[in-house]
Design a protein around this ligand. Structure first.
Ligand SMILES: [Zn+2]
Length: 134
């Protein structure tokens, strides 16, 4: 077992940091490390512990089940910036549903965390072409 996984398990109490799922006798939720994409280089803790369902939906927008993310109602109050960023991005992605927008309005983020949440690869091609003008 990696040190990182161990650290995250301790931090989260062996639960998904997004939807709070834990392993039960009936069901294994397959908790694993999820690294927040598009993270600034100067941030060290960019990993969270997430269950299989959350990870699948984070990695593939077409699999997103809005109801699964109702749990963000609780995880939005996490004090872990990496968790806050994932919650922020998911709420932003779902905001046309209405309730995610309400949660976004209530969510408190430090400026650094908010900026991290807004970092997206989508701006990359623009920057790239600007840099390559010469
Ligand atoms: Zn989960």
């Amino acid at each position: 077992m990696s040190d990182l996984l161990k650290q995250l398990e301790d931090r989260s109490g062996n639960a998904c940091e997004l939807c709070a799922s834990t392993d039960t006798l009936e069901q294994k939720v397959e908790l694993a490390v999820y690294e927040v994409p598009d993270s600034p280089k100067n941030v060290k803790d960019i990993a969270i512990l997430a269950c299989k369902v959350c990870r699948e939906q984070l990695e593939d927008e077409s699999k997103v089940d809005v109801n699964h993310w109702r749990a963000l109602n609780d995880s939005m109050w996490s004090t872990v910036p990496a968790v806050q960023v994932v919650v922020y991005r998911m709420l932003d992605q779902l905001k046309s549903e209405g309730w995610p927008q309400d949660l976004l309005d209530m969510m408190y983020l430090e400026d650094d965390t908010r900026n991290w949440g807004r970092r997206r690869n989508t701006t990359w091609p623009t920057n790239y072409s600007q840099r390559c003008k010469w």
